[in-house]
Ligand binder design. Sequence first.
Ligand SMILES: N[C@@H](CCC(=O)N[C@@H](CS)C(=O)NCC(=O)O)C(=O)O
Length: 238
Amino acid sequence: MGTEGEAAARGGGTGTTGANGALCLHSYWRSSAAYRVRIGLNLKGLKYDIAPVHLVRGGGEQHGEEFAALNPQELVPVLQHGHRNLRQSLAILEYLDEMWPEPPLLPATARDRARVRALSQVIACDIHPLNNLRVLQFFERDWGVPLPEREVWVKHWISNGFHALEALLADNPSTGEFCDGNLPTIADCCLVPQVYNARRFGVDMRAYPVITRIEQSCLELPAFESARPERQPDAPGS
Ligand SMILES: N[C@@H](CCC(=O)N[C@@H](CS)C(=O)NCC(=O)O)C(=O)O
């Protein structure tokens, strides 16, 4: 560590948004998908506004006409960049990386990029969707599944995914201070919010020492720290 590039990678990039317009993130403080994008924006050192979307109040603002016009999936995040609306957190992170290449959120080689995308997708495609708000609401409202059973479901699928993720990280020499090497990538943008969710639902993180170590390395960086749910303008008490 110690070069200017590495310092930027850990603390944030240039702080400018370029000529293509302002950035505004439609976000909810507790949304882990929005949390991923907040980390990415912070790592790039980009200035952005937050437009809070309350996912619970009044049945959920994501289902209102105004937000549904922005994202027919009725999910956050949406990143507005000038007149452009970007959806899906992994696509948004890659967009940020292509628009503002420094500091990079993906490694230099095709093999390492494939690994980072795979680690990201373990979380974003295979763990998170099973435990999303709308899934839990469906259990509750349509099938009357009581809270304890819903919590067992969430803990089961996070533990199942973390078991695999821990093995993928522990058994690979590419794992460094972060998921891949010694600079944060999109895999770390996904890992930290998912660990936040795991703790929220009472998953025993002692079973996942590598994941926990990487989470701690990430949270030492200002880009991750300022993306935390508790630090958001729409968090209760802020
Ligand atoms: N695959 C999407 C997932 C987005 C997503 O599931 N967002 C959640 C919050 S983490 C949401 O808006 N949930 C609202 C709902 O379930 O009604 C992404 O990565 O952006």
